[in-house]
Write a new protein. Sequence first.
Length: 315
Amino acid sequence: MMAAAHEVSVGAFEFKLEAGSFTIAEPHGKLTLDASLASLTWFKTGGLAELLFEPASVEALNQFLRDLPSWVPVMALGLGSNLIVRDGGVPGVVVRLGKAFAQVTRDDAGTLDCGGGASGILVSSTARDNGIAGLEFLRSIPGTVGGFVRMNGGAYGSEVKDILVDCDVVLRDGELVTLPAAELRYSYRHSELPDGAIVVSARFRGRPGEPAAIHAEMDRIAASREASQPLRSKTGGSTFKNPDGHKAWELVDKAGCRGLTLGGAQVSEKHTNFLINTGAATSTEIEALGDEVRRRVREQSGVELEWEIQRVGRR
Ligand SMILES: Cc1cc2nc3c(=O)[nH]c(=O)nc-3n(C[C@H](O)[C@H](O)[C@H](O)COP(=O)(O)OP(=O)(O)OC[C@H]3O[C@@H](n4cnc5c(N)ncnc54)[C@H](O)[C@@H]3O)c2cc1C
């Protein structure tokens, strides 16, 4: 079934989704029915979101989630750089934070106040311009602040848990709360952010530094990335978490999976912990290739690889 909407009274719309119908006031922002998510993810694969909501402001998001019946599932989407959206699409609402959430400012305490939709490049370059060191690693992670906070994004020996002071989150019921970093109970590429919660802003702390030295470190990181990862491919970043005492890419390589293909999906020749869409892959093929790699690694080394890439939606 396709999603549908019609106006039932001035400014109020009835939405028909597969799981049921509801009526809400027209939200402030952009609401798209049956929105393609393939164009919004790095893999460029996957199905439709029943509803895609791009709120105009935090208040618009509060109000929308308050009005939305609790049975409608809600998921946040950043740059889709760590995501397989399955081919059957995502039921319910996908929330994407646009320009209104992409600002980064320095506050008096020398921390950066970052919108949930701001990119790693914008955060790290604003930190540099303000003489704040320690955030250079975000230069190399192609996501948004919301995705970094949820995933505990990290690289080059630093991760979000080292720099996060606190974040503002709109919970599934529409309530806006501030969560200190400790409440997210961070571990490797994992947080305990509540389900359906949307990170709308975060404060990151660094240490005083010289802009020229920070710039040089960002350049070093960017060059090292370019040399080791398939950055220009349709990919989802690191596919599997590094198991304790192992590097995922080495286990994949030892299991003979470098370059392995399944349909249009391939294990990258350049970095074996990256899967790529060589052109016409489906999400089903990408996920099946990942599971085949896990099977071969288990057989070869006895280690169970755990997915780092988030897989969402219906098969
Ligand atoms: C080439 C490449 C290199 C990469 N290198 C690294 C690396 O070095 N280190 C690393 O940690 N990751 C890396 N990644 C993975 C990815 O960039 C990170 O996981 C990033 O944090 C994802 O951010 P995103 O905004 O794109 O989130 P998405 O991929 O869109 O979503 C990922 C998860 O975050 C949630 N989410 C997104 N936005 C919000 C929000 N506003 N509020 C709440 N939840 C949200 C989503 O629901 C989903 O569960 C790489 C990816 C690529 C493609």
